[in-house]
Design a protein around this ligand. Structure first.
Ligand code: DHB
Ligand code: FE
Length: 282
């Protein structure tokens, strides 16, 4: 059977992708950010998974206001790279895993979650920046990736509770897939940031560090945090953090297993308008 071996959490700041693509990672502004991911690059090089389920949000690249799925799974064999802001990044296309994706859709929908099945999907910085942070600039990504898109762009976004429960359902789906795959699940976005309005530039390090503490040790309690608290404390785009709860819900301890090991934890301000947070749980 397949199993979830680890979860990875990271911000997906688009300017990080631009810094990588333009060779600016050694500049004084960016050096501390990329240094924080060096242990992660080493860690993952030693255990490339068979598949990554990558929880992210689309930023009006594939889903516009014309159509807003709350939860969507990419079932295609291949996903092209696109972006709404700086344009498509010069990174390899993302190769999917249609068999596992179809199984997750089947299992999760039968567990009463309404996933939208997306057979054609372009992926933006929400998905490609985390891949670049963890894998650098390879000619092709080292493993297949299943995109799992969550609407955190247009209210109503799903609750933290709903995201944690979805993660549990995904964990059960993976555990019932009849191939011995090593699967990682990644949660992306955040941490505190607000991109518009009078509070643009808001960062709340205390909220972010508390979020990391609770994500590690008390995910059920963290899942009860209401939207209004993310909005007040972490800014309008801080709501992206609910996606981390999807990944957290797929870990064994949430279903009664043993607690995960913290492999790496990193936090840095600033990167663009955003607090960068990063965690690896194994
Ligand atoms: C920024 C951060 C994001 O998460 C995003 O999607 C767009 C911009 C920023 O910090 O500029
Ligand atoms: Fe974002």
């Amino acid at each position: 059977m397949a199993h979830v071996s680890a979860s990875v959490y990271t911000s997906h700041v688009p300017a990080i992708g631009v810094a990588i693509d333009l060779g600016k990672t050694d500049e004084p502004y960016w050096r501390p950010v990329f240094d924080g991911y060096q242990p992660s690059r080493k860690w993952i090089a030693e255990q490339i998974p068979d598949v990554i389920v990558l929880v992210y949000n689309d930023h009006a690249t594939s889903f516009s206001l014309d159509m807003i799925p709350t939860f969507a799974i990419g079932t295609a064999a291949r996903f092209e790279v696109a972006d709404e802001g700086w344009g498509p990044r010069p990174v390899p296309p993302v190769i999917g895993h249609p068999a596992l994706a179809a199984h997750i859709a089947q299992s999760v929908i039968q567990q009463d979650f309404d996933l939208t099945i997306v057979n054609k999907l372009d992926v933006d910085h929400g998905l490609t920046v985390p891949l670049s942070l963890m894998f650098g600039q390879p000619d092709k990504w080292p493993c297949p990736v299943i995109p799992l898109a969550v609407n955190v762009v247009q209210y109503p976004a799903p609750s933290g509770r709903r995201c944690l429960e979805l993660g549990k359902a995904i964990g059960r789906a993976i555990a019932s897939f009849d191939e011995p795959l090593d699967v990682q699940i990644w949660g992306t976005g955040g941490m505190s940031h607000q991109l518009q309005g009078p509070r643009a530039g808001l960062i709340n390090s205390k909220f972010d560090q508390d979020f990391l503490d609770q994500l590690i040790a008390e995910p059920e309690r963290l899942a009860a945090t209401p939207h209004i608290e993310y909005l007040r404390e972490a800014g309008s785009e801080g709501i992206e953090l609910v996606m981390w709860l999807v990944a957290r819900g797929a870990m064994a301890d949430v279903a009664g297993g043993s607690a995960p090991t913290v492999r790496h934890r990193f936090y840095h301000v600033p990167a663009s308008n955003t607090a960068v947070g990063h965690l690896i749980l194994e």
